[in-house]
Design a protein around this ligand. Structure first.
Ligand code: NCD
Ligand code: ZN
Length: 359
């Protein structure tokens, strides 16, 4: 149990089990923020065109590795396969066996950014789900219905009834991650299922409720999908993340979009939280009196669920002011990071071995 007033926290290097690293120039600009903190990351496949084949995922992984600074060479991108109505069980299995695909991502068609090629009806991918269940391949689920008749704030809860429950009724053993949960209903659903069902929780859904989007005017940098919900849901997420339950783990859903694409008449969904992700989680865990549970949430529950080894390296977080810039450069554009203009009270200092060497 770490001393609550301790000035340093040393934990296993964390992993990010849900991130959007984008491609080309934007990839080059953002990948270092993730690679600086995390040992591995589950990289979302919603590029345009999406990553649907083993060859595309291997090529994308090469581009990510090529974009890494030499200091981050040990960072391991874990690739995902974007499921479509046409996904082929044999291709999915081949990618998993060849260790190119770590998981498959289910986007309901039109649920979010670049999801137009997503699955129109889960009945179309029964063969893939059957195969994934058999080989123990994780299914990562964007859990929102797209029915325009359903209120935006209810789409996650309705997805549980209409879709997720049915997937698990038909494939009770499939390893499934309810990605970026935002509601008390999703937390209860995950808690009520066996060890094969888990969830990721983002830094921003732990810190903001839906009021943040409307404070004194429209605040596009707090708009993401699934959209932030009422305060009672935020509190349920904080309880789940800090409970010590092995079913909940770190997934930032960092989703960078340029200022121009956010501050627009029809702005993009996504919060860019990668630059200060672990600092943000540390602030939340400290406020909840649960700093001693940060390591399990950030560095143990994820790899244990995926069946991967824990990172052996330790990293240091130091207590002290950490100022978040208003904007960060990304190629020829700028992006507003989560916590812009705020001061956080933990700073990520990198590898414990390296930090020790500094007097
Ligand atoms: C993500 C993006 O921009 O790619 N946006 C978001 O609001 N989270 C897509 C997603 O994960 O839904
Ligand atoms: Zn996402």
């Amino acid at each position: 149990m770490p001393d609550p007033s301790a000035s340093r926290l040393i934990i296993r290097r964390p992993d990010d089990w849900h991130v959007h690293l984008r491609d080309h120039e934007l990839l080059q600009s953002v990948v270092g923020y993730t690679a600086r903190q995390f040992g591995r990351a589950i990289v979302m496949p919603n590029l345009s065109p999406p990553v649907t084949t083993v060859a595309q995922a291997a090529a994308y992984r090469d581009r990510i590795r090529a974009a890494l600074h030499p200091a981050h060479a040990s960072f391991e991108p874990l690739m995902t396969c974007y499921l479509t109505d046409e996904s082929d069980p044999a291709e999915v299995e081949r990618g998993f066996e060849d260790r190119v695909f770590a998981a498959c991502k289910l986007y309901p068609a039109h649920a979010t950014t670049n999801s137009e090629h997503g699955v129109t009806d889960v009945s179309r991918i029964r063969g893939v789900l059957e195969r994934m269940q058999r080989i123990g391949m994780p299914l990562l689920v964007h859990g929102e219905v797209t029915d325009p008749a359903v209120d935006v704030f209810d789409r996650e809860a309705v997805f549980i009834e209409r879709v997720f429950s049915k997937i698990l009724a038909d494939f009770p053993e499939v390893k499934a991650v309810f990605e970026h949960v935002t509601t008390a209903e999703a937390v209860s659903f995950v808690e009520s299922r066996g060890a094969n069902v888990a969830a990721t929780i983002t830094p921003h859904h732990l810190r903001i409720n839906r009021n943040a989007m409307f404070e004194g005017g429209i605040r596009p940098h707090f708009y993401c999908l699934p959209v932030a919900k009422r305060e009672r849901h935020r509190l349920a997420l904080r309880r789940a993340a800090t409970s010590g339950s092995t079913k909940f783990f770190l997934g930032t859903d960092s989703a960078p979009h340029s200022i121009g694409k956010k501050e627009a008449a029809c702005g993009c969904a996504g919060v860019f939280n990668a630059p200060f992700a672990i600092e943000s989680y540390a602030a939340t865990f400290e406020e909840e009196g649960a700093l001693d549970r940060l390591e399990a949430f950030a560095s143990e529950h994820g790899p244990n669920f995926y069946g991967l080894p824990l990172n052996e390296e330790r990293v240091v977080l130091e207590r002290g002011p950490c100022r978040v810039p208003e904007r960060l450069e990304a190629g020829r554009e700028e992006i507003v990071p989560f916590h812009a203009g705020e001061e956080l009270n933990w700073r990520f200092k990198g590898s414990a071995a390296a930090a020790q060497a500094v007097p």
